[in-house]
Write a protein that binds this ligand. Structure first.
Ligand SMILES: NC(=O)c1ccc[n+]([C@@H]2O[C@H](COP(=O)([O-])OP(=O)(O)OC[C@H]3O[C@@H](n4cnc5c(N)ncnc54)[C@H](O)[C@@H]3O)[C@@H](O)[C@H]2O)c1
Length: 564
């Protein structure tokens, strides 16, 4: 497979090559050509009459000539700067199975077989318009024809089982799978499996333009395409990326507008939410319209919550631009804002339609923010087990210096989160609760600093360290194997190398205040807070603590510092 400038659809008559092809072309911003129509135009007569008057062999010769002309012709319109126009070509039912055709097509671009079982084809072809199709006789003839062609069809680069699917869904599947074989834009896909609300996570090496293009592609393939896209971003991301992002999105069949909020945690407030909603409602959104969150976790949580509540819920696409948002906050559907009583206390579960991340955008991130996001990566490693933890220990400095080079780690974290979310979407059965490792201490630390002194990730690093210390102090931690440091010491060393804080003493000294914030935690139930404590890498325990016992525990943790 060479370039991505051609996409060929093959399959039997009635498989949906034209409809799906038109949709795919629209989503990609490419032109669409139907080979049969092209032949009819060139011959000045219908396929049926060519068959009748000249026979099948002559038709095949015409077909081959038309195909070769198309493939060798220069692109029809002069490309606009930076554009790479392509063509989606719906082949005739027999084109692909002619000798040599598959190789010829494959040398130009991916070939996709739309596989529809014979009984469904018969149903589709039983409409009066289908009667003029030359090789369509009866169900038996069609079945025999499919049997003759099927093995050849299966040699296409991709087979999509299109049985029972609407054209929009087939189109989405084609585009999604093409991404998976990297024929399109160098994106890899993961999936959050939530039945009919499942969604893809696209991870690509590119930058803002690739991200915008992928967003357009995803939305363009929807059956109920939006007519407006609302990009929500912050005033640090906007000067870097908004113009390019919007420009690329505007190539699609929708209006694009944006709302820019001040950067930082203070934007996760009810006031700011109100302002965002007002700005969006002034644009008269419809239920099909889409909010696109372009930014870090703050923008994702705020814009996500706005999408969850506007018109009782519109669709959301997450385009995370920080390490933290890429590995964690953009996946899983938690949205919300802070309240004077505590962090993230007002919010909603609202799963996105897609998550699109471009690693190239991490290059502009401040070093401190890179480190901050890596704290969540360490959290995943503590949850997942030794191999991931050792992997981080092996490349800590490189992670901070060049976060855009570590797509494999981003993908691993997303895969863990996707798995946990699929298992326990609303944090009911327990597995999703574990993702809060380090967060009960961490949220308290963030609140004590007035949400500005430490970043979320820095607070999570301190919180994870405290969770490991609590596990040791409470006698839960497993002794390390010989020659290895115990978990707390390992985490402390790793956080230092990742340029994250490792000294929670200042917070622990204000134990009563810290305990007060911990009681506000969403995992607090009655007079109990459930701490998530790592016993070893890959093994965490839910450990309930009476809220009145928290100050004592915090004192123990202050005394239990291995440094003093
Ligand atoms: N919803 C969830 O499941 C979930 C999970 C974890 C964290 N969170 C939330 O995420 C938030 C923290 O997210 P964050 O760390 O991304 O913070 P953030 O959104 O404040 O981003 C950090 C800073 O980086 C800037 N920035 C973003 N992208 C950039 C880029 N590509 N180049 C340069 N600068 C860029 C932002 O403007 C901001 O100044 C917290 O509010 C936390 O509660 C939510």
């Amino acid at each position: 497979m060479t370039s991505a400038n051609w996409l060929f659809l093959t399959g039997m008559m009635g498989a949906g090559k034209t409809t799906v092809g038109q949709r795919a072309a629209q989503a990609l911003g490419w032109r669409f050509v139907d080979l049969d129509q092209r032949i009819e135009q060139e011959a000045g007569s219908s396929i049926a009459s060519i068959f009748a008057s000249e026979g099948e062999a002559a038709f095949r010769a015409r077909e081959r000539a038309a195909l070769e002309r198309l493939l060798t012709a220069t692109p029809p319109s002069p490309p606009s700067p930076g554009d790479s126009p392509g063509t989606v070509l719906a082949l005739g039912g027999g084109t692909f199975v002619q000798d040599g055709a598959a190789d010829l097509l494959r040398s130009h671009g991916p070939t996709v077989y739309l596989n529809v079982p014979p009984h469904e084809l018969v149903e589709r072809l039983s409409s009066p318009e289908a009667a003029s199709r030359p090789l369509w006789g009866d169900a038996e003839a069609l079945e025999a024809l499919l049997a003759r062609r099927h093995d050849r069809y299966l040699t296409a680069d991709l087979t999509i089982d299109a049985a029972g699917l609407e054209p929009g869904a087939v189109c989405a599947a084609v585009l999604q799978e093409l991404g998976q074989i990297s024929a399109l834009r160098g994106f890899d896909a993961l999936k959050v499996e939530l039945g009919s609300r499942s969604y893809p996570i696209w991870i690509g090496d590119g930058g803002v333009e690739e991200a915008a293009e992928m967003v357009g592609l995803q939305l363009g393939a929807l059956d109920d395409r939006p007519s407006q896209l609302f990009v929500v971003t912050d005033d640090r991301v906007a000067p870097l990326y908004l113009q390019a992002f919007e420009e690329r999105l505007r190539r699609g069949p929708w209006r694009v507008s944006s709302v820019v909020v001040p950067e930082g945690e203070s934007s996760k407030s009810l006031d700011r939410l109100g302002q965002v909603l007002t700005a969006l409602l002034e644009r008269q959104p419809g239920r099909r319209d889409v909010v696109v969150a372009l930014g870090g976790g703050v923008v994702g949580d705020l814009a996500g919550f706005a999408a969850a509540v506007m018109l009782r819920g519109v669709r959301l696409v997450q385009v995370p631009t920080t390490v933290l948002a890429q590995v964690d906050s953009s996946v899983g559907g938690k949205t919300g804002v802070n309240h004077a009583r505590g962090k993230n206390l007002v919010g909603a579960f609202h799963q996105p339609t897609a998550v699109v991340m471009a690693l190239g955008m991490l290059q502009t991130l401040e070093r401190r923010q890179v480190s901050s996001g890596l704290a969540e990566v360490v959290k995943y490693a503590v949850l997942d087990g030794e191999p991931l933890l050792e992997e981080l220990e092996g490349r800590a400095e490189r992670l901070v210096a060049e976060p855009q080079q570590h797509g494999d780690l981003v993908a691993r974290c997303c895969a863990i989160k996707a798995r946990v979310v699929a298992d326990d979407e609303r944090e009911r059965s327990g597995s999703r609760v574990t993702l809060n490792l380090g967060h009960t201490f961490g949220h308290a630390i963030e609140a004590m600093g007035g949400y500005g002194e430490v970043t979320h990730g820095e607070a999570v690093a301190l919180g994870t360290l405290l969770a490991a210390r609590a596990s040791r102090v409470l006698g839960l931690a497993r002794s390390p194997s010989e020659g290895q440091l115990e978990l707390e010491g390992r985490l402390e060393a790793l956080f230092k190398r990742l340029e994250l804080p490792t000294e929670p003493a200042g917070y622990l000294r204000q134990g009563r205040q810290m305990a007060g914030w911990m009681k506000q935690d969403k995992k607090a139930q009655g007079d109990q807070v459930t701490l998530i404590l790592p016993v070893a890498a890959g093994d965490v325990r839910l450990h309930p603590v009476r809220t009145e016992a928290l100050p004592t525990l915090l004192e123990q943790l202050a005394r239990g510092s291995q440094g003093g």
